[in-house]
Design a protein around this ligand. Sequence first.
Ligand code: PGA
Length: 260
Amino acid sequence: MRVILKPNHQQASIWTAHYIANKIKSFAPTSERPFVLGLPTGSTPLEIYAQWIKMYKNGELSFANVITFNMDEYVGLDAQHPQSYHHFMFENLFNHIDIKKENIHILNGVAADLEQECENYEKAIKDCGGIHVFLGGIGEDGHIAFNEPFSSLTSRTRIKTLTSDTIKVNSRFFDNDINKVPHQALTVGVGTLMDAQEVLILASGAKKAKAVYHGIEEPISHKWTISALQNHRHGIIVCDEDAASKLEPETIKYFKDIEK
Ligand code: PGA
């Protein structure tokens, strides 16, 4: 595992945005050989998306031959709902770049058959040849995508019931009213994430420090699904100082040293 330590959220986001942009550029994607990117929603990626929009507008980066798969979507919210992840992605990224609509994949939380929807999603990822880079955030309880504590570390895309903690944390987007937050989501599994060629997780702020600690320093456990990343051949956690604040000083020293 690589751990990249940056002083603040802005610098962590800029590093991540450039790292992935360089991956896309050096891959030189074409329509026959597209770059496949996994994406999250939430507060964490906003600055990364702003950076990519800037790069696209400056002519430095194109998404014309990039295929995307989002991590998750709430059950029961349609694409037009202002708190749906569909809406979030178009507002914060897709409407501002040159991605082709047919290259965008987001789970449909109002599909008539949700299980079939999840199966089709796994198949769509496979049909594209798998994901090159999966970008993600991390929950305060260590979840990656909506893989809440005690999710199977081999799980695939499926329906998940959200924990009360996650519902409470996410209620900030729903007028702070927990009753408005959907109780279920469709999410890629830990196994789906682990199949990506590279997984890059951005963690910012003191609220993520405990999850970062468990992900990096403690044994692999389904209690902290982020810890599955220890078994990935190309896992990267990018942290700002606050998110890294519970790591042992020796750990910080090691990762700073090796990245010099
Ligand atoms: P956040 O959410 O980016 O809004 O902090 C991350 C997550 O819950 O995975």
